[in-house]
Design a protein around this ligand. Structure first.
Ligand SMILES: Cc1ncc(COP(=O)(O)O)c(C=O)c1O
Length: 505
């Protein structure tokens, strides 16, 4: 569509008293005011306007910015600039479709990671696909029946547990239980240090928002949990990556970053990391804590998988050694059940005060019923007994997946042997287009989480997260066989096209 079709004749007076920018602003404003340009109509791209009006591109950008300030137009990221809709919402709602809503939304571009995560969340529900993409714990291994009994008991004894508001910080009995667990694990000494959250996911988000502002520098181990990346990036902070190997995140790389940047937050999972299953080695752990103290940054330690350990003794929590520098995050999701949405933060000082304020702003407090269920479930030794029962089962699933990878993919890839958690991180010897591999794997009947979705920086390697927690050991062989077949198929097609492959992530 030509410019003149939308904006009419641009009759500009060069060298006049009114600047070109102002003339164009007046021109478009007049067209909107007299109804020639209707609400919702799209303006030409700034480059097209610049070419048509023989003006500098920056002048065209200034014109649209000024029109936006005056309330005539609004820019929608990735779509363009539109005349603002002054029509009342009720009138617009009569339209046949929902497209008009696009103009109402705050700008947010869908990233590759968003796309992949949305896709993999649906994968467990497709019957024809073996869901190595899904990091959920197995519902059969969660104590659903016991929780139902506790809920019935609670309803009899204390029906108001469902309806009464609680303190922002959480139910006192639950904070007591979590502090007891904290004393044993080393992440807290007192219930006063505990803030109950809506899952660890909210805990991560609150910590990111409490500490980081746009332009700050945060460092995160990479690969990591997608939610951690999303929350750090949403603050507008610059997020730098630390590679992870068998000893955990690369602390020497952190030292190089610290030489060039004022880092405010370093986000790690010191035990049973998602997705590598690695532990932070004692040597690196000591150095990380020393750097936090001497360089003055905060460490965010996410321990959601720390209790699902297959090998070696439990490691002391980072927060035990530096309570003022470490903010610890955890939840009941990976052992008792994600649907409870009970998580928590252990922190102190002004950081905790800020987190409590943000929690109040976000949702006042986490729902009361799950907090009561969590508190009752955690009293006595139920949780220890649950872990004793489920860990050997998860270990056998891990071993089944590792053996299947050995049988089907040993000539094409290497992978981690997780000391805990629910995931294996697999890296191909030769890079490949991971979108093509993902699509082919779904066709072959297996899903995985593409590595590009959970890494803070691009890499030339192609990696993927394979999750074994949800699946019966009997299906792992078939899953690995399908994955290997998909890989062979994509390589065959690439060879056919004579195309050199390259990692997308
Ligand atoms: C490392 C890590 N942290 C946090 C979470 C979020 O846990 P929750 O379900 O308690 O919000 C997950 C979920 O997969 C995770 O893997």
């Amino acid at each position: 569509m030509s410019i003149s079709h939308t904006l009419g004749v641009l009759d500009l007076v060069r060298d006049g008293e009114v600047s070109i920018t102002q003339q164009l602003v007046n021109h478009v404003a007049r067209l909107v005011d007299d109804g020639t340009l209707e609400p919702g109509s799209k303006l030409p791209a700034t480059r097209a306007l610049a070419a048509e009006a023989s003006i500098n591109h920056l002048t065209a950008v200034r014109v649209y910015r000024r029109l936006a300030e005056l309330g005539y137009v609004a820019a929608v990221v990735g779509r363009g600039t539109f005349v603002r809709r002054s029509v009342p919402v009720a009138a617009a709602a009569d339209a046949d479709d929902d497209d008009w809503q696009l103009g109402m939304l705050a700008p947010r571009t869908l990233s590759y990671a968003d796309e992949m995560l949305a896709d993999t969340l649906h994968a467990p529900y497709r019957e024809d696909v073996i869901a190595l993409a899904s990091g959920f714990p197995s519902p059969d291994l969660c104590p659903a029946r016991e929780l139902a009994q506790i809920a019935a008991e609670l309803a009899r004894q204390n029906p108001r547990a469902v309806t009464d508001y609680l303190a922002v910080e959480g139910l006192p009995e639950l904070r007591e239980r979590l502090a007891e667990m904290g004393r044993a694990a080393g992440y807290a000494q007192s219930p006063d240090e505990i803030l109950v959250t809506t899952g660890a996911r909210q805990a991560l988000d609150l910590v990111a928002r409490a500490v980081l502002s746009p332009g700050d520098v945060a460092v995160v181990e990479s690969p990591t949990f997608a939610g951690t990346l999303a929350s750090l990036q949403a603050t507008g902070a610059r997020v730098l990556a630390l590679a992870v190997d068998a000893e955990g995140p690369d602390i020497a790389a952190l030292e190089r970053i610290l030489a060039r940047h004022d880092v405010k937050l370093v986000a790690v999972q010191a035990s049973c990391q998602n997705p590598t299953g690695a532990d932070l080695s004692p040597r690196r752990r000591d150095r990380l804590l020393e750097l936090a103290r001497t360089r003055g940054f905060l460490i965010l330690d996410d321990g959601v998988y720390a209790t699902i350990r297959y090998e070696g003794p439990a490691l002391p929590c980072l927060r035990a050694a530096a309570p003022s520098h470490v903010i610890y995050v955890d939840s009941l999701s990976k052992t008792i059940g994600g649907g409870l949405r009970v998580g928590w933060i252990a922190a102190g000082g002004p950081v905790l005060d800020r987190l409590v304020q943000l929690k109040l702003d976000a949702d006042i407090h986490t729902a009361a019923l799950p907090q009561h269920l969590g508190a009752r479930y955690l009293s006595g030794d139920r949780h220890e007994r649950l872990l004793k029962r489920v860990i050997p089962i998860y270990r056998s699933r891990r071993d089944a997946l590792l053996a299947a990878l050995d049988r089907h993919l040993s000539d094409a890839a290497t992978w981690t042997v997780p000391s805990g958690g629910h995931h294996v991180w697999l890296t191909l010897h030769e890079p490949i287009d991971e979108r093509a591999l993902y699509a082919e794997a779904l066709r072959a009947g297996v899903s995985f989480l593409p590595g590009g979705a959970i890494q803070a920086e691009k890499t030339s390697r192609t990696s993927m997260r394979l999750s074994f927690g949800l699946l019966d050991p009997a299906v792992h062989d078939e899953a690995a066989r399908r994955l290997a077949a998909a890989l062979r198929e994509v390589r065959r097609r690439d060879r056919g096209r004579g195309r050199a492959t390259g990692a997308l992530s």
